[in-house]
Design a protein around this ligand. Structure first.
Ligand SMILES: C[S@@+](CC[C@H](N)C(=O)[O-])C[C@H]1O[C@@H](n2cnc3c(N)ncnc32)[C@H](O)[C@@H]1O
Length: 289
């Protein structure tokens, strides 16, 4: 992976160690794709999608507005369910993900669902080698995306460069305050530091199975993640020349971040009333002026 932004400026931490971390994480994602797409636990509800159900969460649905006719770049699209839901809404959408298995499965699902969408296999930091600059009305990236990126500065430059003047980034993801917590004995406990970037800021995780929870053992267990503070998210977007239209915090998430979370309306999850915690997710819209 070429770890520099499109202005040729080296990323803060262009170390061999970071490249290795990104490679190990990518392998783990590649291995998870068939597990997620098989959907033995129904987490992704692929069958309902193929029956015509939209996969966007109620929050995304309420906030993205009408997308019919818009040219959308969907970054970190996994195996394409949301990409194809955007296509169903009439968008001209291109999904991008860095694992070959994700892109192959997304292309297969597009055929099965009879939807036309393009899919590109590339690292998000290299997106401008694969997608046209200044061509998109919207960059859409949601639900477990920024934690895989070691630095949001170069990412925000890529996003801003993909957008047309007037085009918008829609980002919806886990709240950094929630990302710091684990559940212990029914209480949320601050466990992970927030705010690191590059190899020195990486958090290492090892998981025996994917979060889909079907019990199939993973060979590529190790992943590296980052918890980005709001100040890093916002400073990166503003430095890339984007203007913030809104930033919102929400008390639901589309997945169970801790075991005690309970179902909420629209296939979402929330903390039980007995558990005091922070907002679970945030969303923002930022415009290229
Ligand atoms: C939790 S999934 C995102 C879910 C997705 N929004 C969806 O619609 O299902 C995270 C995705 O990010 C991808 N990813 C992680 N780092 C990436 C990178 N640097 N470049 C491109 N894709 C990346 C992974 O392969 C994975 O498919």
């Amino acid at each position: 992976m070429d770890m520099h932004d499109k202005s040729g400026k080296a990323m803060n931490d262009h170390s061999e160690k970071l490249t290795q971390m990104m490679e190990l994480t990518k392998r783990s994602w590649d291995e998870r794709v068939p597990i997620h797409a098989d959907d033995q636990t129904g987490l992704y509800d692929v069958a309902s999608f193929l029956n015509g159900q939209d996969t966007l969460s109620p929050i995304e649905n309420a906030e993205i507005g009408h997308v019919s006719g818009l040219k959308i770049a969907h970054l970190q699209c996994h195996f394409g369910l949301d990409t194809l839901s955007l296509a169903r809404r009439g968008a001209d959408v291109t999904g991008l993900d860095y694992t070959p298995a994700a892109v192959a499965k997304a292309q297969e699902l597009a055929k099965q669902a009879g939807q036309s969408a393009k899919f590109v296999c590339a690292d998000v930091y290299d997106a401008l080698d694969h997608l046209p600059a200044g061509a998109f009305d919207m960059v859409f990236s949601t639900c477990g995306v920024i934690c895989w990126l070691p630095d949001l500065g170069p990412w925000a430059n890529v996003v801003a460069t993909l957008l047309k003047p007037g085009g918008k980034l829609y980002l919806y993801d886990m709240h950094p305050a929630m990302a710091q917590l684990e559940e212990e004995n029914g209480k949320l406990v601050a466990t992970y530091p927030v705010g690191g970037t590059g190899a020195s800021g990486a958090l290492e995780f090892s998981e025996d199975e994917s979060y889909a929870g079907d019990g199939r053992p993973l060979e590529n267990k190790k992943t590296f993640e980052w918890i980005h503070s709001f100040s890093h998210v916002l400073a990166s977007l503003l430095s890339a020349g984007l203007t913030l239209e809104f930033l919102r915090e929400h008390d639901t998430l589309p997945w169970k971040a801790v075991p005690s979370m309970v179902p909420a309306a629209g296939r979402m999850f929330k903390l039980p009333d007995s558990m005091i915690g922070p907002s679970l997710s945030f969303s923002l819209m930022a415009k290229r002026t």
